[in-house]
Every structure is written in C-alpha cells, then in structure tokens.
Design a protein around this ligand. Structure first.
Ligand SMILES: [Zn+2]
Length: 322
C-alpha cells in the first residue's frame, strides 16, 4: 500500500473532518464482516481482549489484543470481498477526507520515490550480489520496484490485486502479476529480492503471506518486510484507540513481527526503525523457529495492564469467537 508518512499520525476527527467523512456515505458496519478464526500469530481463540471500539475515522471498529502473544487485530473485520470494494472505491477518498487534501495513486508517488531511494541505500550493503530478479508484493504502480531495479539491478515483477495500478507498472516496463500473494503459485520461480513494503498491516493473513514470501525467496536471496510498530504509534498519539483504522486488520510490534518472521522460516540479518515508526527487517531464508511464547505473553500482559482499565482487566473471552 505504501502509505505516505502522513497517514500514520492520526487525530480524532473534528467536526469538519467528521462531515467530510460522512459525505462519503460509507458505513463499514453495513458491509460483509467476519470473525477471524483465531489469533493469526499463535492460534489462540479465547484470549482476545477488546481494547478499542472506534477507529480514527469515527467508524465502529473493534480492536482486540491476543493475551497469549500480544498481536493486535480487528475482530470482527471486513471480509476479503468487502475490503476489495473498500480499496477500489473508498480508501483513497477516505484518507483524502481525513487529511483534507487529495491523496491518490498519483499524489503518493513522491512519498514512494523518497521511500524507495532510502530503501535501496539501506538494502545495498546486505545483498551479497546484485539481485537478478526482484519481486515487489503489493507493489501497486511499481514506483518502488522501478527505483530498486535501477539502483540495485534486476528485473522487477510487481504483484498486486489492483489491475488499474498494475497497468501503470506494466507501462513502465515491469512484469506484473494480478492477485494476492497467498494465492499466487510461482512454480519453481524464485526471486533474489522479495519486498513487502508498508503492506503487512493491510493483509488478512500475515502468517500465510510470510510463508509465501519465504517460498519465493531464492536460497541465496533476501527479503525485506517493514511493519508499522503499534507501540511506537501508541506512544506518539497517546492511546491505542487512536492507532486503530479500518484499513489495518493487523497491529504488530517489533516483538510480534519477529515472532511471525521466525515462524515463517526467516532469519533477521539487519533491522532498522525508520523515522515514521516502521521497523524494517532484512531477511535471509533459514529454518522455521518458534518464538519465545512466555516472553510474548508477559509483554502482552504488560501492554493490556496499561491499556485496559479495570474492570475489563483481567481479560474475559470475547463472545462469539470460539
Ligand atoms: Zn496470539
């Protein structure tokens, strides 16, 4: 999705913002919704604690945090079909209404270019040789892929669900694949550099996506994944409720991100915290490794103790998720 930096600084909607959002006529509560089967990281079904009930746009949106591992996620959330409609028709107008300026595939290109130049500088020293092939998962119009291909070398493939955005990437000379990475069968094809840039929070299945990324990374290759750190955002905006947005089904921290990456069979070879709160991980294919569950659980308990006021703490199971 390549969110511009400005999109991660939420403020509660004032009256004018609320009017602009209301004028869009979108109501997530009227869309098809589903309850996730369980925690996408640890699989727990009964440890979710509700920590917020409204998102930064003012939409009724429930964020739960898993008491076993600390992963935050929306439950219920829009179905895949409802999200497809949301991204097709609502997402850009909604963020434009929220920030009171036009934000679309064209205007975000400046942010994406700056991001790509910085990313190429960061990745360069961690690649053993120039990549022959680069895959940008969720790479939209290919702005980031194109710059990385130019600066690091390698033919670029862009995988994205939006045919309209892919047409721009194709016109710029890149190979394109329409669809979701979890559904994409690459056969024997592997890439020397696989990217998942500022996209993970928008996914519906983080574990399956990272497993797919791992399969597509060549044995000597590298992957890069960055994750908006919910702890960083919460510290900045003052409350967990102001971190919530309907377009982010998932809320990861550095700890939960590393747990996901180890389970997928990635070894972290370098990491950085960008100025906008994204942890970036350079990854090598390795063995699947279970996380330190007790450490995750104690961090989750500390997070919930400071987030959820009594009497909601200690947690009670969220009805209907068993
Ligand atoms: Zn969990």
């Amino acid at each position: 999705m390549h969110d511009p930096l400005s999109m991660i600084t939420p403020a509660p909607p004032d009256a004018a913002t609320a009017r602009r959002i209301a004028a869009l006529g979108y109501d997530p509560a009227a869309q098809a919704q589903e309850l996730p089967a369980g925690c996408n990281l640890c699989g727990a079904r009964e440890r979710q604690v509700e920590v917020a009930h409204r998102d930064r746009y003012g939409y009724p949106t429930t964020l739960v945090v898993c008491g076993r591992c600390g992963l935050g996620y929306l439950s219920p959330r829009l179905t895949a079909g409802a999200y497809a409609h949301f991204y097709d028709r609502v997402y850009r107008p909604l963020v434009s209404a929220y920030h009171n300026r036009r934000i679309d595939a064209e205007t975000v290109q400046g942010d994406q270019r700056a991001y790509a130049v910085q990313l190429a500088d960061f990745l360069g020293p961690w690649l053993s040789s120039p990549p022959r092939a680069i895959l940008d998962v969720g790479g939209s119009t290919g702005v980031v892929g194109k710059i990385l291909g130019e600066q690091l070398g390698g033919r670029v493939t862009v995988l994205d669900p939006s045919p309209g955005e892919l047409a721009v990437a194709r016109a710029a000379g890149m190979e394109t694949v329409a669809g979701f990475v979890e559904d994409f069968d690459p056969g024997e094809r592997r890439w020397d550099l696989v990217l998942l840039c500022q996209t993970i929070d928008h996914l519906l299945d983080v574990g399956a996506t990272l497993a797919a990324l791992r399969r597509m990374t060549s044995s000597v290759g590298r992957a890069f994944v960055d994750v908006l750190d919910v702890d960083w955002v919460r510290e900045r905006v003052g409350s967990i409720g102001r971190c919530v947005k309907v377009d982010h089904p998932f809320y990861l921290s550095r700890l939960t991100a590393e747990a996901f990456l180890g389970l997928a069979g990635f070894t972290v070879v370098a990491e950085r915290l960008a100025g906008d709160g994204h942890w970036g991980f350079v990854l090598a294919p390795g063995q699947r490794r279970p996380p330190d569950w007790p450490a995750l659980e104690s961090r989750a308990a500390a997070f919930l103790a400071e987030t959820v006021p009594p009497p909601q703490w200690p947690p009670t199971p969220v009805a209907g998720t068993d």
